[in-house]
Unconditional design. Structure first.
Lengths: 254, 180
């Protein structure tokens, strides 16, 4: 039981979340969008039940993140995943000012736009530098534009596994600038190439829900511990939790 | 920090509102759970483009293009339809977004973002409801919001005075809604 639940202020119904519970996979986004007009929308909120294809996992990383953020009067959080009701509600209820930016969706859109622009205008291909690094720089000019030291925590999820390496370096460097000293990044890394694509949302203080969705970007690489340490070299502490589902949850404290 | 009773005033919508807010009707009609059923809504249709400031004292449904400012009185609901494209700062009691919005969004009571809704910009709201699939890019501040009576009166006065002036063109807006 989490620290918050011990105090009786945990959020969401206490459900059995031992290990990882797999159910029949299915793209929840597609079913959500394609539902019959007038039919009730899927319920959201902290006590929302698991929909077909979704599964819950115990998250020691989330628990540790909350422990690190405990005591903040009015924290600021940057969520780089999709804007889920449950996740935003969870942190807003705890007094956080939450910024949301689905960086993977933005990257996908950016690539599509660049491709469309190049198709329309062949000359643009000559003026635009097409190296991965230059493309990442162009992307970063339009994204993650916040003031320095403006966040206490960042939910990075497993996004780094899906981004090009040149972009990963720039994203991590940017996040380091955005975090206040003592701020925390919550990231996840797959220990082997993931078979499906899923997004994550917070159910309660020690449980994440994994939501299978249509693939936004293919996995780029599996990071080894050494590579992760090098990426986050400017952080003073790194703490990892390895799950039975080949997913490592890692906290980086600046 | 993190007290359960505090959470109730922090403006996160209850689950019941999520279920009732989006499922009933795609159009802004009397069956819609978030509007006053006795009132009709002014409409900015799909083929309408407005640049400037729109203010009003009645509910408004935007399915066209608006650029500038959109400011409704304290008890009014604003709905951006699935075809709506709004590049403006929005102020209303309750705002429902099913189309695209770019700008600052202030929903004094409640903001609902439908599965097809996209918001880019800062959000301030009393309560927040997000349907799966919605896109939100910006900062959210949710919690009880103080409604400025002076602001409300100013909006109402501006809308009324403009609505009373004779209009040279047939209006597509309701009597309480004005485009400047």
């Amino acid at each position: 039981m989490s620290f918050l639940n011990k105090l009786g202020i945990g959020v969401g119904s206490p459900r059995t979340t031992q290990g990882v519970r797999h159910e029949v996979p299915g793209p929840i986004h597609l079913t959500s969008r394609a539902r019959t007009p007038g039919a009730p929308a899927p319920q959201a909120g902290p006590s929302r039940g698991a929909v077909e294809g979704e599964s819950n996992r115990l998250s020691n990383g989330l628990k540790e993140l909350l422990w690190n953020l405990d005591g903040l009067e009015r924290g600021t959080l940057l969520d780089l995943g999709p804007a889920w009701q449950t996740t935003l509600s969870f942190f807003i209820e705890r007094g956080f000012r939450v910024s949301s930016e689905d960086i993977l969706f933005a990257w996908k859109s950016f690539l599509n736009e660049e491709e469309a622009r190049l198709k329309q205008d062949f000359a643009a291909g000559e003026t635009l530098e097409m190296t991965p690094s230059a493309r990442a720089t162009r992307f970063m000019k339009e994204n993650l534009q916040y003031s320095r030291s403006s966040f206490d925590a960042v939910l990075l999820w497993d996004l780094l596994d899906y981004l090009e390496q040149a972009l990963v370096k720039q994203v991590v460097a940017s996040l380091t600038e955005l975090l206040r000293p003592g701020g925390v990044v919550f990231a996840m890394f797959h220990s082997k190439k993931p078979e499906g694509f899923q997004r994550y949302r917070v159910v309660n203080s020690n449980t994440l829900q994994m939501v299978p969705t249509a693939v936004l970007c293919p996995p780029q690489r599996v990071y080894q511990n050494r590579e992760i340490q090098d990426l986050f070299g400017r952080y003073r502490t790194m703490k990892s939790f390895i799950g039975r589902d080949q997913l490592r949850e890692t906290l980086f404290i600046k | 920090m993190w007290k359960r009773e505090d959470a109730k005033s922090q403006g996160v919508a209850e689950n019941s509102s999520v279920a009732s807010g989006f499922g009933k009707s795609q159009s802004f009609d009397s069956s819609n759970s978030f509007s006053d059923s006795s009132r009709s809504a002014a409409t900015i249709g799909q083929g309408i483009r407005i640049k400037g400031e729109v203010s009003g004292t009645e509910d408004l449904f935007v399915d066209g293009f608006v650029e500038g400012k959109l400011n409704l009185a304290a008890d009014c609901c604003l709905t951006v339809g699935p075809n709506g494209n709004v590049k403006a700062d929005l102020v209303a009691r309750e705002i429902v977004v099913r189309g695209k919005v770019e700008g600052k969004v202030i929903a004094r009571d409640k903001l609902q973002i439908g599965s097809t809704g996209e918001i880019t910009g800062e959000v301030q709201t009393g309560r927040l409801v997000i349907e799966d699939g919605a896109t939100l890019r910006g900062t959210v501040e949710a919690g009880r919001m103080e409604v400025s009576k002076a602001d409300t009166k100013a909006v109402a006065a501006a809308a009324t005075s403009t609505a009373n002036k004779p209009s040279p063109q047939p209006t597509v807006l309701g009597s309480g809604t004005a485009a400047h």
